[in-house]
Write a protein that binds this ligand. Structure first.
Ligand code: NAD
Length: 456
């Protein structure tokens, strides 16, 4: 089945229809209209999948996607023009251009945690750049995947954009095919499988993976504001956010004040009975629920730690000073559990941050500019924020993505257009002059050739 589908996508791409900017723009406008029309259905599906609060469905999924769509619709003409650049002396007379051309047939594989956003956002980039797309959303948020499939069917010709619903088997079938580009968001474990499959066909890949994101709070930070912003970013989507703070490193002098502020903000945000709050989501799958629950065994829980198996509910939970070898400090947490560790100096910080390799995000709360600068220069990570968390993702002008362990390639806005375009370089020579120096038999003295670097 997949073979036939990719054949039809290939044929569609070969018709050259997607090379037309008008064609792409019209498709993007149709997509926007269909999403606006389906906004309630999308929110309902997200609620059924994991009780995603209505505010979060709008703010972090549909409105986010609509904003990206409007932005690319406004910019596509500008971005797709050949970019003229200067030529070098050795090519005189000539002009030079960079043409953005679509790769062709793109495969996008998405995770469950922001199932609408993380399917639509790369899809918008791939369409804007003129590719055809096969999208495989997550089987674990089946209701949302169903709505995505319906939207795509209503908007695009089947050979242009297709949704394949299903799980590991379907994903692996798709990965056996030859694509011109693969965009994967998910775990590092599956990222390796995707990378290996792509290597078989020398297909370029973007991997948007995971990491253990440190959040550092030093003794010059505005503690109350830091706690408020950290609580928001950590417990949004019940902690199932790839760029959420994974663990806190707080300076020992402000630790108790900071913990008090965290507790105060959790209660302010979700009330005393958090299970009844309409603003707090559930854990998406029972596997992840069990994994998170087991993480807390033997830990010093200083706030929360409440569960409800039938709802897959885990309350916002603070863990004090876990050991480096504990489960919470082993892998990415990806849930509403926040370990808090005290540090005394920058050597202590380094012990933790360096242990986990290149994270997807890093956050630093401090008013000490030299300290901020030292951290940003020293550590390699996907992206970050000074004095806030998660908000880097909202700025379309900065690329979103990981590095090393946490992935490769950045997208959003123009960065998505560039990511899904091959940059074809063209040099256009004029015929009215042809400097004879480069042609054999070589006549110019060797000492002149030794100075040739100035011509390149
Ligand atoms: P996952 O890797 O288990 O699944 C992602 C996709 O891969 C799904 O569509 C799934 O069907 C498919 N898949 C699963 N196993 C497969 C296999 N063996 N072969 C081929 N395909 C397979 O990830 P997930 O659990 O859905 O998502 C959570 C993870 O994603 C977290 O680690 C999180 O940090 C990461 N994530 C990263 C970003 C980012 O932008 N960097 C964003 C969201 C989530």
């Amino acid at each position: 089945m997949e073979n036939k589908m990719i054949e039809s996508h290939r044929s569609f791409f070969e018709t050259q229809k997607t090379k037309s900017i008008k064609f792409r723009k019209e498709a993007l406008i149709r997509l926007k209209k269909e999403i606006v029309k389906s906004e309630d259905e999308i929110s309902n599906a997200l609620y059924q999948d994991f009780k995603k609060p209505r505010f979060e469905s709008l703010a972090t999924e549909t409105q986010f996607v609509l904003s990206e769509l409007q932005y690319v619709i406004n910019k596509i003409d500008l971005w797709s023009k050949p970019e003229r650049t200067s030529s070098n002396l050795v090519n005189f007379p000539s002009s030079s251009y960079i043409h953005s051309e679509p790769y062709g047939n793109v495969l996008i594989i998405s995770p469950w945690n922001y199932p609408f956003l993380l399917s639509m956002s790369p899809l918008i980039g791939a369409i804007t750049a003129g590719n055809t797309v096969v999208l495989k959303p997550s089987e674990l948020t089946a209701k949302t995947s169903g709505i995505i499939a319906k939207i795509i069917k209503n908007v695009f010709e089947e050979d242009y954009v297709t949704v394949v619903e299903g799980g590991v088997k379907e994903s692996q079938e798709l990965l056996k095919q030859k694509w011109n580009y693969i965009f994967f968001t998910g775990s590092s474990r599956v990222g390796k499988i995707v990378y290996k499959s792509a290597a078989e066909h020398l297909t370029p890949v973007t991997l948007e993976l995971s990491g253990k994101n440190p959040c550092i709070v030093d003794d010059t930070a505005n503690i109350k504001l830091a706690a408020k912003r950290i609580v928001w970013g950590k417990f949004l989507n019940a902690g199932q956010t790839c760029i959420a703070s994974d663990y806190i490193l707080v300076h020992k002098n402000v630790k108790s004040k900071f913990i008090a502020a965290l507790k105060e903000n959790i209660i302010k945000s979700f009330g005393e009975n958090i299970q009844n709050s309409k603003d707090f989501a559930r854990i998406c799958t029972s596997n992840h629920y069990t994994r998170l629950k087991e993480m807390l065994t033997g830990e010093n829980v200083i706030f929360g730690g409440d569960f409800n198996d039938s709802e897959r509910y885990i309350s916002p939970t603070l863990v004090d000073s876990p050991s480096m070898h504990s489960k919470v400090m082993e892998d990415e947490i990806f849930g509403p559990i926040l370990p808090i560790l005290a540090y005394e100096n920058e050597l202590d910080l380094d012990k933790y941050i360096s242990k986990y390799g290149k994270s997807l995000a890093l956050y630093v709360f401090s008013t000490n500019k030299k300290f901020q600068k030292r951290l940003l220069n020293k550590y390699s990570f996907g992206g970050g924020v000074i004095n806030d968390t998660v908000m880097q993702i909202t700025n379309k002008k900065i690329p979103f993505g990981g590095v090393g362990n946490s992935g490769n390639g950045g997208y959003h806005g123009k960065h998505s257009f560039d990511l899904f375009s091959h940059k074809k370089s063209i040099l256009k020579r004029a015929n009215w002059l042809d400097v004879p120096l480069r042609y054999p038999p070589y006549k110019i003295p060797i000492q002149w050739v030794k100075k040739m670097k100035h011509l390149f």
